[in-house]
Design a protein around this ligand. Structure first.
Ligand code: PLP
Length: 382
């Protein structure tokens, strides 16, 4: 049975343009640090990809450091905040991905959580007041707020956050992993010091990410070895993945303006259909600015795991909020930060659309979800 794939925020299927570019790169089979002809060709591919990525986010070439994942880029940025910029206290939003959350808590710096509203938007007033009361003994403030949440799609007011952080002499890390290809991400407009990206969220391959660092943002290497990536990230470059990353990012960004409203139409149709049939469903973050491809909702009594499994059997690939690597689902930290009831958070399902999604897929999914819900939590039970 062919699965209908509605889990683009976990991984968006590889775009043909990326596959084609990677095939060519793989057939080169040379090390981008080698000085011979094939090595120089591999190097040229990496540098062309760097140009593409830099152009897409409005940054100079030297701002781009390729990494092996979005997680690695986030770790590199958090480590740079603490160990290069001298931040001894980090303020991170309550909805950050584990790729920021975990290294922040492991960094040795004190960590404070920036609250979010019930719609999942960071409290900029809280941040401003906290920065006003900053104690210089703690070094410059290190702040992390993501562009858009992977579970709810809620978009954060990054430029507002950046203004406050810069006025306070701090540094801002923006996890842009769910943003590239879905939103305009421009380093200057965002005001970020560090911006992190990942290839597989936009139809590129696994195993490629990037950290974009503003000129005034200090970096410290985490991987020691060769002098790749200007000494910022040792390790032989994954040339094919980097090339696929750039090809996918270019196509996703070019298609963005046409695709975003189309996806919003599909997402809204899905939510309207479910809401009309099931008034007991809560749509998380629905009143906030959201990525047009993402819907996160829950009905009390219909556990996330049950939903994922029964929809899988019915031929639909969706996810229970954050996809945990162990395959286990725990109540979502992001939803809890939004004040969701724990039992409802344990019933959250995430549907995330992308370049392969069609109206027919979404209609079929809505029908299948309603059937499954009726089986587990009948509305008119005696
Ligand atoms: N940040 C966000 C917001 C994400 O959604 C993810 C992946 O789920 C990551 C970081 C980690 O990226 P990667 O899977 O490339 O390590």
């Amino acid at each position: 049975m062919n699965q209908v794939y509605l889990d683009h925020n976990a991984t968006s299927p590889l775009r043909p343009v990326a596959l084609e570019a990677m095939r060519e790169a793989l057939s080169l089979g040379a090390n981008a640090s080698s000085v011979h002809g094939p090595g120089r060709r591999a190097r040229a591919l990496v540098e062309t990809a760097r140009e593409t990525l830099a152009g897409l986010v409005g940054a100079p070439l030297e701002a781009v450091t390729f990494t092996g994942s979005g997680t690695e880029a986030d770790n590199l940025a958090v480590s740079s905040l603490v160990n290069a910029a001298g931040c001894r206290r980090l303020l991170i939003s309550g909805v950050e991905h584990d790729a920021v959350w975990a290294p922040a808590h492991e960094s040795g710096a004190a960590v404070e959580i920036i609250p979010v509203s019930s719609e999942g938007v960071v409290d900029v007033g809280w941040l401003e007041a906290r920065l006003d009361a900053w104690d210089a003994v703690e070094g410059p403030p290190g702040v992390a707020v993501m562009v858009a949440n992977n579970e709810t799609g809620v978009i954060q007011p990054i430029a507002d956050v950046a203004r406050r952080v810069r006025d306070a002499g701090g540094y801002l890390l923006v996890d842009g992993v769910q943003g590239l290809g879905k939103l305009r991400l421009d380093m200057t407009a965002l005001g970020a010091h560090y911006l992190t990206l990942s290839a597989h969220k936009l139809g590129g391959p696994h195993g490629a990410g990037a950290l974009i660092a503003a000129a005034e943002a200090p970096l410290i290497r985490q991987l020691h070895g060769g002098g790749q990536e200007r000494g910022r990230r040792a390790g032989t470059e994954n040339v094919a993945a980097i090339v696929g990353f750039a090809a996918a990012a270019r196509e996703a960004s070019e298609a963005r303006e046409a695709q975003a409203p189309a996806l919003a139409g599909l997402r809204d149709a899905l939510e309207s259909r479910i809401a009309a049939a099931r008034p007991d469903v809560t749509f998380f973050g629905a009143q906030a600015p959201r990525l047009t491809n993402t819907s996160c909702f829950g009905a009390p009594g219909f556990a996330s795991e049950t939903q994922v499994m029964s929809l899988d059997l019915a031929g639909f690939a969706v996810s229970a909020g954050a996809a945990c690597s162990s395959g286990k689902v725990k109540a979502s930290r992001a939803l809890m930060a939004m004040g969701a009831d724990e039992t409802l958070a344990a019933c959250a399902l995430r549907v995330s659309l992308g370049w392969t999604s069609t109206a027919r897929d979404v209609e079929a999914f809505a029908a299948a979800w309603l059937t499954a819900a009726e089986r587990v939590i009948p509305q008119h039970a005696a």
